[in-house]
Design a protein around this ligand. Structure first.
Ligand SMILES: [Zn+2]
Length: 478
């Protein structure tokens, strides 16, 4: 049977979190405002005679984003007008950059199947978002809240051949945007979505097959299913001897199928021309360097550092780099404790679980206790002064009552005593009081070892460390 290889490229749209919109001073509602037409003015409502004015913060974020994706920076760039008619766009054009963009060519490095891979970007730019249409009964309602908001478009080369590659790329892209504070890239909130272009061709073919584009897919799981579905659909068509239509398809996530939306227009139809209402953008070195300073250690570099230097598991390294505040919290904790493994496990298994359950504390910045207190918990566990079972109770107390670790440990009698001399005398006493059991143990019944540990714990009123009792008992009982 013929083996078909898929070739995929993506067009990703992301809403960037500048305070104000791209060309006016209205608030940029990254998460759409609850009421329609709250953040609007004559400029973003396209009143006649109004002129756009470029927002400096948007340019700064644009540069940071570009440089974080290894792009080249153009000191002089120009805007273009992209003409298109659609009911969500009252003036029938979008302002964007096609010919001389601020940043161009770039790549995203990520790990696929334990291998570092670099996926190339064909082009990327900002454009103004359109308005939102809501169709109701016999009417259509228009909301200008997001009109003129900055919308990022990233178009990749046809570099993907498996859905795993697509997923790793998108997840890395999301991480970069979050790490650079450019976008929260939250797919559930509509801040990130992708158009997925797919074609398939027999393994031996020298050319790609005809592609289709599935528009506005807005979750990772949907993208995964779109690829599966479209590859299967195209295979069926080819095997019947039919031809694939180049078209735009619409994905229905409920049914898990897609339908034809429209046949694809080519880029030429947009009739780009230089935007007459905006001057070229000239960047000075100082502005560029200022932006460069704000690029953080990239998530992939962090992940490799966690894997190599800290020997964390792949899952942990991936999880800790999903959000910049999470990895920064982890780095800070490791600095304080010098124990990467425990820092990781207390964050991922205890702290994040508490946050998941809690109604109010959803971000690390909401935590009310000092990170030094968590470091103290780890220190006590490492010194055997606190058992790991009890440490969870202490963290829960820190989380809910933001007290101090030492006070919580002492008030709840959780401190394990490790005074060797005192422990030895307890062990001696237990041995002396249980002559029969000791004889049994030595003669034939090794199973009653736990009984001695229990007796020692009881004699110490459960405050001392069973691990050390264990060691002394083994030594003394032989
Ligand atoms: Zn406005």
């Amino acid at each position: 049977m013929t083996k078909y290889i898929p070739t995929i490229w993506l067009e990703v749209h992301m809403r960037i979190k500048s305070k104000t919109k791209m060309f006016c001073s209205c608030k940029n509602a990254v998460e759409l405002a609850s009421e329609p037409n709250m953040n609007v003015c004559p400029v973003c409502m396209w009143f006649p005679g109004m002129l756009p004015a470029l927002n400096k913060e948007v340019v700064r974020l644009w540069l940071i984003w570009g440089m974080a994706m290894n792009c080249e920076v153009n000191k002089i760039s120009r805007f273009d007008r992209k003409t298109y008619f659609y009911p969500d766009n009252p003036n029938a054009y979008q302002i964007t950059q096609l010919y001389e963009p601020i940043v161009w060519i770039g790549s995203v490095k990520t790990i696929v199947d334990w291998e570092i891979r670099e996926f190339w970007i064909h082009h990327m730019h900002l454009e103004n978002d359109a308005w939102k249409l809501t169709h109701a009964w016999n009417t259509t309602l228009c909301d200008y809240n997001r009109a003129w908001s900055p919308l990022m478009e990233i178009v990749t080369d046809p570099v993907f051949h498996t859905k795993e590659e697509v997923m790793e790329f998108l997840k890395e892209l999301q991480k970069i945007m979050r790490a650079a504070w450019v976008s929260d890239a939250d797919m559930e909130k509509g801040q990130m979505r992708a158009d997925v272009n797919i074609s398939i061709a027999p393994e031996w073919a020298k050319e790609w097959g005809t592609r289709t584009e599935t528009k506005n897919v807005n979750s990772f799981s949907a993208i995964w299913r779109v690829i599966d579905h479209e590859v299967k659909r195209q295979k069926k068509i080819i095997e019947k001897g039919w031809v694939i239509d180049q078209e735009t398809r619409w994905w229905n996530d409920d049914t898990g199928t897609s339908v034809t939306q429209r046949s694809k227009e080519d880029a030429m139809d947009y009739r780009y021309f230089p935007e007459p209402d905006l001057l070229p953008v000239e960047l000075d070195n100082e502005f560029i360097e200022e932006a460069r300073k704000q690029i953080p250690e990239l998530p992939i570099e962090k992940r490799i550092r966690y894997l190599n230097d800290f020997k964390l598991s792949d899952d942990d390294a991936r999880l800790l780099t999903t959000q910049r505040d999470l990895s920064e919290y982890f780095d800070e904790l490791v600095k304080l404790t010098n124990d990467a493994k425990k820092s990781c496990s207390y964050i991922t298994t205890v702290l994040l679980a508490l946050m998941k359950e809690d109604e109010e504390i959803k971000h690390l910045s909401d935590l009310k206790f000092d990170i030094k207190e968590l470091a103290k918990v780890i220190e006590l566990v490492n010194k055997d002064e606190l058992s790991s079972t009890n440490s969870k109770q202490v963290i829960e107390e820190l989380f809910n009552n933001w007290w101090e670790t030492d006070i919580i440990v002492d008030e709840n009698n959780l401190r394990q005593k490790n005074d060797l001399w005192a422990l030895e005398s307890i062990v001696d006493e237990v041995i002396a009081n249980n002559v029969k059991q000791v004889e049994d143990y030595k003669a034939w019944n090794q199973n009653i070892f736990g009984y001695f540990v229990g007796q020692c714990m009881k004699a110490s009123k459960w405050q001392w460390n069973p691990k050390i009792f264990n060691e002394i008992l083994r030594k003394k009982l032989g």
